[in-house]
Write a protein that binds this ligand. Sequence first.
Ligand code: SAH
Ligand code: SF4
Ligand code: F3S
Length: 496
Amino acid sequence: MNQEINFGQRGVSERGVNEINFHAGPPETEPERQYYFMEKCREWVRAFEEENGRRPYFFTQTFGCQMNARDSEKLSGILKAVGYQEAQTEQADFVIYNTCTVRENANNKVYGRLGRLHHLKKKNPKMHIALCGCMMQEPDVVQKLQDSYRFVDLIFGTHNLYRFAELLARMYGASQTVVEVWQGTDEIVEDLPAERKFPFKSGVNIMFGCNNFCSYCIVPYVRGRERSRAPKEILGEIKKLASDGVVEIMLLGQNVNSYGNTLLNDKITFAKLLEEAAKIDGIERIRFMTSHPKDLSDALIETMKSSPKICRHLHLPLQSGSSRILQQMNRHYDKEGYLALVDRVRDAMPDIALTTDLIVGFPGETEEDFLETMYVVEKVGFDSAFTFIYSKRTGTPAAKMAGQVPQEVVKSRFDRLLARVQEIAAQKAQRLTGSVQQVLVESVNSHDPSFVTGRLSNNSIVHLPGTPALIGKFVQVRLETCKGFYYYGTIYGNTV
Ligand code: SAH
Ligand code: SF4
Ligand code: F3S
């Protein structure tokens, strides 16, 4: 079968891919080099097809955050471009785990799942297994995999993900695990293929890495230094997405508020980037993740307020309500600063949903510190919050701090916090019951196929009677009942 290469985001032929001589050696420049290796992979896929009478299946499993989810779409994009088809289960010819290491339990999950994969590989020895993502940036993890998980065929990290096609070609010819993990990179390679899980919405990376070094967090070590994509690349990608029918985008970065700091030319701020994105026809909703409180500017609040396209939702991780702990965490704001920021945001947009991340059991956290967190949670009244138990990450400053809190104390604080967070979220959600709101329908309901599920601008979930024809459409919905974290509603008037 002869498939056309899908040139992905932006007709890479603009950048000379058509001039690649596929019979000579690999080009030195990117992304041309990867297109050369994609052609090599396609030859392998064709041979597989001749032998097996079908194209190979792949399956990707993503752990972790939105950034990882977007990376997985890039992997799928390349696999589809070289001729693979997507499987719904791990019973596939190629399984990739895109890993997360933000907390210890993220790592444990991967090891557990690998055990199961080993069984599948024993039944199908030609199966390929690849591991990539944040966990692979830790030398101890790679060592452990090489010692005890030798059935893994390919290991690569976060910095060289763009070299996936090249690594894949190497994997086909290798008799042992191919390992390529870089400690960092300055490079951002544009114009490689990417898949979209949803036809109507997409994540868009605006920056990579993180320079904040919150003392508990491993992300800066595994994702490297902060790098912003050029505004013209980002806006070009969004325009292309809009012309493909995408109506909602989520701008992605570990701290979107510091977007632009590392740009040498065309320096613009995050607020300005949002403003430009909002001008793009066809894009109706814009979200972003994640916003660090220390860098949230008044200009951003103004931009959000004046653009109806920017969703009425702000994820503003608090982490702790204790100024003493926040200082130990290296967060660069205190309790009062956070509360004042919330006031400014709410003054500008009274209807905005505020969500947050909270960590319980940071080293040295006392009952008083914990009560400060409870206080801020009460005071702000978050629409929802992710609550985490502090997880010690080797190599971070907090791992060496005195006063690690005993597990039973942490567990009890965690339970108290979670219960309160859930109560408040349920109360908050009630305020929209009975109102009519715009919903973007995203999927068929997983429990009842006569229902569909969508989201409000404020990110709340709504279930309503409807058919798959509504997916990707905006509808006006009356929110009939509130079930704590989600609503049941019915369509009101005509769809838009
Ligand atoms: N860049 C984002 C957060 C990315 S990690 C930000 O700063 O807002 C997502 C969340 O995981 C963090 O907000 C934090 O609450 C949590 N987290 C990070 N490291 C952790 C650790 N060692 N233990 C427990 N939770 C952690
Ligand atoms: Fe981690 Fe802090 Fe960077 Fe977020 S801002 S990724 S919590 S170091
Ligand atoms: Fe996890 Fe890496 Fe994201 S550690 S949270 S997948 S940046």
